[in-house]
Design a binder for this molecule. Structure first.
Ligand code: AMP
Length: 114
């Protein structure tokens, strides 16, 4: 798959406001936040879209979600609540083709999303 800007963030070639990292997952603040808290959780192993994920990557996908939930708890807003979203392809609104979980918090979210 072609490189994305997120590969450069993983390699520290471009700056990002990194808030969490472990062996498998990196999380950094979205450059164009849509909520008071807007963090992207990405796997260090790139997967272009959710359509490209395979069963061998189930653990990695689980790590992504658990990293977001763990960070929300550590930050103290988990009880108030938050939203996690993964956009897929054009109709989903995906613009960067390295899967990422958006964690949005700090305000009440509307439903349905636009
Ligand atoms: P999506 O539209 O779901 O693919 O989300 C891509 C997200 O990446 C958008 O919310 C962008 O604002 C964000 N983004 C793009 N470039 C950067 C960057 N260099 N640092 C942080 N966030 C970025």
């Amino acid at each position: 798959m072609p490189e994305t800007i997120f590969d450069k963030i993983i390699r520290r070639e471009i700056p990002a406001d990194i808030v969490f990292e472990d062996e498998h997952v990196l999380a950094f603040r979205d450059i164009a936040p849509k909520a008071p808290v807007h963090v992207l959780f990405i796997p260090k192993t790139p997967i272009a879209t959710l359509n490209d994920a395979n069963p061998a990557q189930a653990e990695l996908l689980g790590r992504l979600i658990l990293a977001a939930a763990g960070w929300a708890k550590a930050q103290g807003f988990a009880e108030n609540g938050y939203r996690v979203v993964m956009n897929c392809n054009g109709d989903g609104g995906q613009t960067v083709f390295h899967i990422h979980l958006h964690l949005l918090a700090g305000r009440a979210m509307a439903w349905p999303p636009g």
